[in-house]
Design a protein around this ligand. Structure first.
Ligand code: UDP
Length: 326
């Protein structure tokens, strides 16, 4: 069985490739390398450099290979950027899914697993968030993923594509070979570690007047290896089921200040920080109920504590002091 992993040179996609290969599966990666790294893809895995919105390129990928399923990671994923450049998010995220679904329909490929996001929920009334909570995104990133899920529904109904949308909360941590190397880096944990080790100045805490216990935003951090495992289970689920939406998180919320405290303890040095204005588009609290994924998929996150997640990130940054080769 050949699995197409789009965005397989990226942070979560590369962990997926690693997991699939451990399972003995045949993998091919499509990535435009806009944010991903060639060195994140093992040399034995074919890396087709191109854009998922490029119809001719995507059609040729499916025409030339016996692809049985698609894991789709290649997308824009920054809340802050989406508030400045919404068009990029709608064009690339929605356009990418549409192009893939059209090519899959033409070639009779029937299984699709979407990287979706907790940003679809916006600022929910009830926490932890269940999958039936209303879609009410506070930023174009979340809106673009809702639109992707809507496309899936219609391609499922009309072309028989089976699909799952996995709504991640905050992806974090590293495996031995796959870690976080974004340019520019915008995510809290790698920035906190950089600040602790003096690789950059004080971390800016975006907002301290949110309706949360300490006034800073609360998020649910989930390890990339646990996310990859959930994708594999989602693929198996599609052997018998037609579609499903699942939240993926640990079910525990940590405020920005709590994350800085854990990062400082794990690093052995405090994280210097200063307060800064809110970042537009950020909802105050996002914490998952992953009961559905646990019950229906049989998913059990292995990295249940924030300490273990941050420790894995520290190990990766020690073994990759300059990230991937540039
Ligand atoms: N955050 C922060 N300072 C930073 C980066 C992030 O205060 O330099 C906050 C951000 O506002 C959010 C949380 O940390 O409340 C997690 O942000 P991140 O960008 O890591 O993930 P997101 O929640 O946007 O997916």
């Amino acid at each position: 069985m050949t699995i197409l992993v789009t965005g397989g040179a990226g942070y979560i996609g590369s962990a997926m490739v690693e997991r699939l290969r451990a399972e003995g599966m045949d993998v091919v990666v499509v990535d435009n390398l806009s944010r991903g790294h060639r060195d994140a893809v093992p040399s034995e895995v074919p890396l087709l450099v191109g854009d998922v919105s490029d119809e001719a390129f995507v059609s040729s990928v499916f025409a030339e290979r016996e692809i049985q399923a698609v894991f789709h990671f290649a997308a824009e994923s920054l809340v802050g950027e989406s508030m400045e450049n919404p068009g990029k998010y709608f064009r690339n995220n929605v356009g990418g899914v549409l192009t893939l679904l059209q090519a899959m329909s033409a070639q009779g490929v029937r299984r699709f697993v979407l990287s979706s996001t907790a940003a679809t929920y916006g600022d929910p009334d009830t926490v932890p968030i269940v999958e039936t909570a209303p879609n009410a995104p506070t930023n174009p990133y979340g809106q673009s993923k809702i639109m992707c899920e809507q496309l899936l529904r219609w391609f499922g109904e009309i072309h028989g594509i089976r699909w799952t949308a996995l709504r991640y909360f905050n992806a974090a941590g590293a495996t031995a070979s796959c870690g976080e190397d974004h340019d520019p880096e915008t995510h809290l944990i790698p920035l906190a570690l950089d600040a602790a080790y003096g690789r950059r100045g004080a971390l800016k805490v975006f907002g301290n007047d949110y309706p949360t216990p300490d006034g800073t935003c609360v998020r649910d951090y989930i390890h990339i290896a646990d996310l990859a495992e959930a994708h594999l289970l989602a693929l198996r689920y599609l052997e018998t089921e037609e579609f499903g939406i699942f939240n993926l998180g640990n079910g525990k919320g940590f405020s920005v200040l709590e994350v800085l405290d854990v990062a400082g303890r794990v690093a052995g040095k405090p994280v210097p920080f200063e307060h800064a204005p809110r970042r537009p588009g950020d909802p105050p609290t996002l914490v998952a109920s992953s009961e559905k994924a646990r019950k229906v998929l049989g998913w059990e996150p292995k990295y249940a504590t924030l300490e273990s997640i941050v420790e894995s990130a520290v190990r990766w940054s020690e073994s990759h002091p300059n990230g991937y080769e540039k």
